[in-house]
Design a protein around this ligand. Sequence first.
Ligand SMILES: [Zn+2]
Length: 312
Amino acid sequence: MNKAIEYPTVFEFDSGKPGKEILLLGAIHGYETCGTEAIEAFMSKLNNGEILLNEGRVTCVPVCNPEAYKQGKEFIDRNLNRMMRRRDPEDINFYEDELANFLCPYMERADVLLDIHSYTTKGGPFVFLGATDGAEFDYANALDVKHMVYGFADAYQNADPRPDLAKNDPDAALKRDPSYSTGTTEYSRKFGALALTLEGGQHSDPRAIQVATDAIEKACAHFGIIQPDTPDNAEKLYLKVLKPVWKEGRGQLSQEFENFAKITQGQLLAQYEDGRQIISEVDGYLVMPRASAEPGMEWFYYAVPQDLTTPK
Ligand SMILES: [Zn+2]
């Protein structure tokens, strides 16, 4: 590999007192910059004394993929949020392999991870839940974000057979790697961290920066790293993803759906050029509809609301 590659810059803030270490990651995908701006805003509050550390440590990596960030791209060679693991030098094939080796030690030592992204479809913030109870669920609730989604692994088990259009899938070869689905949260959890991914909102939405800034402060307060400020008050909507719906040919969604659009059973959701239609199978919500999905890829996910606050 080229020795002159650019590595992320890491900023560490230590209270000098025992406590949790939180790791804040931005721009794992280079063009998703709300996390970068939020982490930088948080760091300047720490630097100018507007926010004081109570206990523990904060480790900040505002730009995890510096080359892609500079070029305004998701990644250079491959998706950094997949196949997250350490590699021996002879197994390093891509720029993102170098970045993974650089980032893994920070994820291994952190007690808490907050990885901040943004997304293409119009819509507000949400959190990917890894668990529906316990300490990580409490952490997710503390971020004060309304929409939380979970169940993707099971959803793929429930999926209809995928149309044989894998040539359209840029990741087809990489998906044979057994660690393909290991991203930042999955990797950190292997080392005992409470780990969450926050999607701040649509890429260009300035509100996403504020959402991410608030979430960073809420996360730090939840773990006692900074003083709590305002109480959590967002109503919560927990959405269990049922299954992905594959785009099986050329066609269009029936309207410009936002993320978490409410849908009713029997509603027309999409229309293929050959006349076939996709009619909603559920009363629920559309998660991550992608108007521009390629045939063979996920077009959207069905999700239904779940009450997770009542003890089972
Ligand atoms: Zn992302």
